[in-house]
Ligand binder design. Structure first.
Ligand code: CAO
Length: 424
């Protein structure tokens, strides 16, 4: 038994943000029916193709454990099938451009008319207001949500981050909204609309930066390196480089091999509680009690000097050796792990966070499994569906079309070519 067994999701999502959400729900056990345009499908199927003719990794890695139905929702028979799907499903998830669902004729009012228990979950770039009509992609959200202005070094331009906080981050937010609405429906008997805007999701993840914005009114932010360097603060939360946000000075430092390996670095935090151990480790025992070095406030204007000495030490060891030495001393450090290293990590494989998946068109590939582990609802990763692989199965088993009715729909032109199967 899986946690979301019996929950049926009408998955109208595409690209990254929405599919991240419905993939999670599928891993938790929901039956996710992905509706795709006949002959075309989710645009990512054919984006960044590495195996000619096969679905891209972009698509496969975001659409595990789903079924695919090809359906033209603007065709008369397509609308009929979509109406039936709305009747049979618990949740409809979409991340179309603003207004697209209305233009198909499926307004929130119409959806409620068809199925008052339906939960309609939507991702848009912006919430209601000035920018509500804009199309939005990952980096636009990172910039508009406050992440870019606070990422990078103070003397450089704003930077986007590799973590897909706009797309996947908002997908996560939406998934929480959906299960919460399902929980409320248990008591109210009614569906509701769940909306997550990418700008809002990014801003939520940048909460501590809005904290700092307000702290600026009380004076300069002493945990930022620029404070110790005597660089004045402006009106807004500045870019903090690799400073740690929690008030304990931290930096990324070179390790053995940095000259040739771009990831031979470690994160190193000079937590106050372990200052004396750090001094011993780096061969500066005199700093333990020396005036100007003994307490955290005294050290603030000497962080460049202190981290330079620590780096002389970290450069004598690999990033993993730094961890082996520091962990027993409770000194918080973290190796900078490359995607290659993560992909080969035995521990992550053992927990199912890194998985091998087999695909009929592209063969074996590596993916990220479910990052949230439920002890009573383990997630098994099943390959993504081929375009329209389950069209006939869904029409028959979920919607009850049979005989002439099934033939009528299959031949209507609303569901594309006859269903492809893995065997074909
Ligand atoms: N049958 C018939 N038509 C379909 C269909 C189907 N099964 N599925 C989609 N369509 C139609 C839509 O109805 C829409 O038609 P109209 O323009 O006539 O209303 C059209 O396909 C295009 O949909 P779209 O506007 O959503 O797609 P796009 O490629 O133009 O825009 C994106 C993509 C992501 C910018 C936009 O969907 C968006 O802003 N989404 C919300 C924010 C978001 O999720 N962004 C992150 C995406 S991941 O980086």
């Amino acid at each position: 038994m899986k946690a979301l067994d019996g929950v049926r999701i009408l998955d109208f999502t595409h690209v990254q943000s929405g599919p991240t959400c419905t993939q999670l729900l599928a891993w938790f056990g929901a039956d996710v029916i992905k509706v795709e345009r006949p002959g075309v499908g989710d645009a990512t199927r054919k984006q960044l193709v590495d195996v000619p003719g096969a679905d891209s990794l972009y698509f496969t890695m975001l659409n595990h454990n789903k079924r695919s139905i090809e359906l033209n929702s603007k065709h008369g028979t397509g609308k009929e099938v979509l109406t039936r799907l709305i009747e049979e499903c618990d949740v409809m998830v979409e991340n179309f451009a603003p207004g697209a669902l209305d233009r198909m004729g499926f307004t929130w009012e119409r959806i409620q008319e068809i199925n008052p228990r339906m939960i309609l979950a939507s991702i848009k770039g912006f919430g209601p207001g000035q920018y509500e009509d804009c199309k939005v992609y990952e980096n636009v959200a990172q910039c508009a949500g406050g992440s870019a202005s606070t990422t990078g070094f103070p003397d450089g331009p704003p930077l986007v981050t590799g973590a897909q906080i706009g797309d996947s981050g908002t997908g996560l937010h939406l998934a929480l909204g959906i299960v919460t609405a399902l929980y409320q429906r248990e008591r109210s008997g009614r569906g509701q609309k769940v909306s997550a805007a990418m700008q809002d999701g990014v801003l939520n993840l940048c909460r501590v930066k809005l904290r700092d914005q307000q702290r600026l009114a009380a004076g300069p932010l002493s945990e930022y390196s620029q404070y110790g360097e005597g660089i004045p603060f402006g009106e807004a939360t500045p870019r903090a480089g690799n400073d740690s946000g929690g008030g304990q000075p931290g930096r990324i430092l070179k390790c053995k091999g940095w000259e040739t390996d771009p990831d031979a670095y470690t994160y190193f935090i000079t937590q106050a509680a372990v200052w004396k151990s750090i001094c011993d480790l780096i061969g500066r025992p005199e700093w333990k009690d020396a005036e100007g070095y003994a307490t955290p406030p005294e050290r603030l204007d000497k962080l460049n000097e202190i981290f330079a000495v620590i780096e002389e030490w970290t450069m004598t060891l690999t990033k993993f050796e730094v961890m082996e030495v520091c962990n027993p001393l409770n000194i918080p450090v973290g190796p900078i792990l490359s995607m290659k290293e993560l992909m080969e990590d035995e521990g992550l494989r053992a927990t199912g966070t890194i998985v091998d998946v087999d695909h009929p068109e592209r063969g074996k590939y590596v993916s990220v499994g479910c990052p949230v582990k439920l002890s009573d609802s383990p997630a098994e990763v099943v390959r993504s569906p081929l375009l329209g692989e389950h069209t006939e199965e869904i029409l028959a088993d979920v919607l009850g079309y049979a005989g002439e009715e099934l033939s009528r729909v299959m031949e209507s032109g609303a569901v594309g070519e006859p269903t492809r199967t893995a065997a074909e």
